[in-house]
Design a protein around this ligand. Sequence first.
Ligand SMILES: *C/C=C(C)/C=C/C=C(C)/C=C/C1=C(C)CCCC1(C)C
Length: 254
Amino acid sequence: MKKLSLIALATALMSGVANAADAALLETNDFVGISFWLVSMGCLAATAFFFLERGSVAPAWRVSITVAGLVTGIAFIHYMYMREVWIGTGESPTVYRYIDWLITVPLLMLEFYFVLAAVKKVPSSVFWKLLIGSLVMLIGGYLGEAGYIQPFVGFVIGMAGWIYILFEVFSGEAGTLAAKAGNKSLQTAFSAMRIIVTIGWAVYPLGYIFGYLTGGVDVNSLNVIYNAADFLNKIAFGLIIWAAAMQNTRVSRS
Ligand SMILES: *C/C=C(C)/C=C/C=C(C)/C=C/C1=C(C)CCCC1(C)C
């Protein structure tokens, strides 16, 4: 298992090196480009970390750590391409970004489900509701950013999807289940995940506002803010789950 994930990582790494050989190079004053690089490398390190750590946590938590590694791994590959689009053209890599979100956001929603399921029996409707909220949020955002609809209309649709997700994790089915579970690690993980989805995710609509809704299109603000948000919400989110899993593993061993 460990060997396989290392081989996968090495292959991804080599394809990245091969890509870099014929691409435009990063300029010293291209701070947006630098932020693309930082997130790429953070995602690579996080992916290696999650796959290597997977075996150290109690079996019930392993799938959550695997999903965390998939999220950063998928983001790593997309960041290689996004970086190239940015450095080569100075344009927003909108389509790669949304493909990444379309895969990683549902995986993060699965994570909510698995964290609950690690200690409790949970109906799958919890996941489906979160998935529907995510799709509305991302489709609204994409249509607005890609110019299919007015940016403001896309924003309103995206916000509606996000607010629905917040409702679900605070007072809907998922929130109620977590409150009733009576497991300390689960509650710690779940409330940290709520903070991420509330405060961490709020950075994305801010990026959209500065990017599209304050007059003209500001690709610099848009991309720096989105990149910072990804760093926080993909890498830190995974680390929180890993920390809760380690804590729960220690408690059940002692
Ligand atoms: C790893 C990627 C993640 C966690 C991406 C999350 C993206 C969002 C929370 C996006 C939210 C948006 C709104 C709430 C309204 C405006 C449009 C979006 C899509 C930027």
